[in-house]
Design a protein around this ligand. Structure first.
Ligand SMILES: [Zn+2]
Length: 304
């Protein structure tokens, strides 16, 4: 059974009307997966202890954000109004991240039905990201004695700027970001490997460039663990994406990542990442490709 990590709180915190964050997609995705009767097993995370965040972020930033004392201008950069429920949701999803890593190491693969907070930096958050779950996942994986190097493969359409800066002095965390070159964030600090794509990139070009890049990264760095951000905001109809990848292209991308990790016997913890549509039900089949790809790769004899 494929391990999935999910909590009802992911779609349950108050946002102002018309807010662009796709709050409902997590619940919609979970329900869709249940309806498919796929061989999956759900695990519910608990709240992460904030001490683990202080190994990544500035202590004052962690304390101020959790206690509701972050200056308004810094909250605006994150893009959410501060509420206790927002913090509870964030810390629960971060607990989900570490649980997903545990399950991936145990089973070879696990999927977190939220995550991908790659715009969170050392002492500030931005772009709907409070704390950086990808770096947290890498750090958590590195606490296992058999894991000495982690590769973060970030395929969200937005560049992983926070991840890049947080890992810049780390030899045990390698960052790969494939993203749209003319999209948020405007300033793009260097990842270990950046693969910028122009506006309008289609599935063929995307896969033609990404798959060899991934193959090379795995060969050069020989990671013991992969953290995979499978953002679907590369889709042609995404409202924040500017790229032109189709659903089949997303499926092929997700399959390629899992196939490569399985071939190298590298455990992979995947997060669903970004995906922005006013009609949030349209995001569900796109994110579900990640689950389908994991089932195809790791559980090939099951009916899906
Ligand atoms: Zn994104």
């Amino acid at each position: 059974m494929l391990p999935l990590v999910y909590h009802d709180i992911y779609s349950n915190f108050p946002l102002p009307d018309g807010h662009r964050y796709p709050l409902q997609k997590y619940q919609l995705l979970k329900t869709f997966i249940e309806q498919q009767q796929w061989p999956v097993q759900s695990f519910e995370p608990t709240v992460l202890c904030s001490d683990k965040l202080k190994a990544i972020h500035h202590v004052d930033y962690v304390d101020a954000l959790i206690s509701g004392n972050l200056p308004l201008v810094k909250m605006r950069r994150i893009g959410f109004p501060w509420t206790p429920a927002l913090i509870q949701r964030s810390l629960t999803s971060l607990g989900g991240t570490t649980l997903t890593v545990d399950k991936a190491i145990e089973h070879g693969v696990a999927i977190h039905l939220t995550g991908g907070y790659h715009h969170a930096h050392f002492d500030f958050g931005s772009g709907f990201c409070l704390f950086n779950d990808l770096i947290l996942a890498a750090n958590h994986a590195l606490s296992y004695p058999e894991i000495e190097k982690v590769l973060i493969v970030d395929c969200d359409v937005h560049q992983g700027d926070g991840t890049a800066t947080l890992a810049q002095d780390r030899s045990d965390i390698v960052t790969l970001s494939v993203h749209c070159d003319k999209n948020f964030p405007s300033r793009k600090p260097e990842s270990d490997i950046d693969l910028p794509m122009p506006i309008g990139t289609d599935s063929d070009k995307y896969l033609r460039e990404f798959i060899p890049c991934l193959t090379l990264a795995l060969a050069q760095h020989q990671p013991d663990m992969v953290i995979y951000d499978a953002g679907v905001d590369i889709h042609t109809d995404d409202e924040l994406g500017y790229m032109s990848v189709c659903q089949s292209g997303i499926a092929q991308r997700d399959n390629a990542v899992f196939e490569a990790c399985k071939a190298h016997q590298i455990p992979v913890a995947a997060v669903i990442g970004g995906g922005y549509r006013t009609e949030q039900t349209a995001l569900v089949p796109l994110h579900a490709e990640l689950v389908r790809a994991a089932l195809n790769t790791y559980y090939p004899h099951t009916e899906i």
